[in-house]
Design a protein. Structure first.
Length: 136
């Protein structure tokens, strides 16, 4: 029986390696939605991620760390530590996910700042000109 178990383990290991190689070579499509932007807080924003239109992750956080922005997956607390509920398994997938989320956050932040600037400009009256109050 021990030999049979070893053979199955070898087959499983080979199958796992083939599956991992297939996953690594396939490009993933990340559709990221930024839900909140808080540039003045340590948690800079929250997002949801849809992967290949087949798997959705909610509660993704964009956090400012000592080495810059990083992506924090949804987690739960066990004792004094947090465990991720879901997470990328390969380094390549983690990089693709991080790049997609941080890229979407930076784009949303830029759009938010430019729309705020335009809104602020529209509310200010031109300097040196009195507002026309006739007809009021």
């Amino acid at each position: 029986m021990a030999g049979k178990g070893t053979k199955n383990n070898q087959q499983n290991t080979q199958g796992d390696a083939q599956t991992e190689q297939a996953v690594q070579t396939k490009s993933l499509d990340f559709d990221v939605r930024i839900h909140s932007i808080k540039p003045n807080e340590s948690i800079k924003g929250t997002a949801s991620v849809n992967i290949n239109g087949a798997f959705a992750i909610r509660g993704v956080k964009i956090i400012e760390g000592s080495n810059g922005l990083f992506v924090s997956m949804p987690s739960y607390k066990v004792g004094n530590e947090y465990k991720d509920i879901c997470f990328p398994i390969t380094q390549e997938c983690r990089k693709q996910l991080n790049d997609a989320v941080i890229g979407a956050y930076e784009q949303a932040l830029t759009q938010s700042q430019s729309s705020m600037a335009k809104h602020h400009e529209m509310q200010q009256a031109p300097e040196g000109q009195a507002m026309d109050m006739t007809g009021m």
